[in-house]
Ligand binder design. Sequence first.
Ligand code: ZN
Ligand code: ZN
Length: 279
Amino acid sequence: MNNLELPDRSVGNFSVTAISDGYLSASLDLLSNIEPMDALRLQHDAGVSDPSSIHINCYLVRSAGRTILIDAGAGGFKQWGGKLKANLALAGVQPTEIDTILLTHAHPDHVGGLLDASGEAAFPGAELVVHQNELSFWQDDTHLSRASERARSNFLLARQVFNTYRERIRTFAEGEVVPGISAMALPGHTPGHSGFHMESEGCSALIWGDIVHFPQIQIARPDVSIAFDQDPHLSATTRSRLLDIASSDRLLVAGMHLGELGFAYIKRMGERYEISYET
Ligand SMILES: [Zn+2]
Ligand SMILES: [Zn+2]
């Protein structure tokens, strides 16, 4: 794959393109329920060359009359990612053309790219659509006061983003968020963590946010959570339930940390699951 061939799929009348924001780095020590050596072995067995690097995707969704971006990458926060704008341009889209941004959740590697280098809105014409529990969680001073130093910077960034877009925020609880795209509650990772399920002309796909960070580890072992999961047990339960649905329904899935290929299918292998990037 080269930069001029961005991974994309047609889902009925929707055209969905994976737009890379680049990478962040996270230690395998952050995983729970697995020894780091076992996690490393799963990475090596799957041919992963840099076992502690996590790829960041955003998704561009185009349909008649709408140009939607799902999540916005890290935007260079902590030197993570920051390539969204350049890669959007490769897809022929300027930031001003984005009319809607759907957020899976408000972690920095998903909202950092909503601000430009001077702290202004990077997508000045876009409505920002987010789960009401996600918005209220990051704005709650009780949660902020209990946060670790690392989490504290996450709160401050999320608040800065929400403040910058405050005139154009629309919250949802469930159901259709734009025509043909419905929110799916995927609790555990953050309080309002949501997937987006699109349906058109009998075709469907699910963009599942942060169900996995290390796909080759956590799809084989859905019981493995990561320190970024606010509720590790609930996120493991959600992951298992979703992998069951995705494999049974042969659902096309996309995720922010699914890798550069951007789209995959899940296969059940006995008690385990396997990821397949074949079309
Ligand atoms: Zn996250
Ligand atoms: Zn993430």
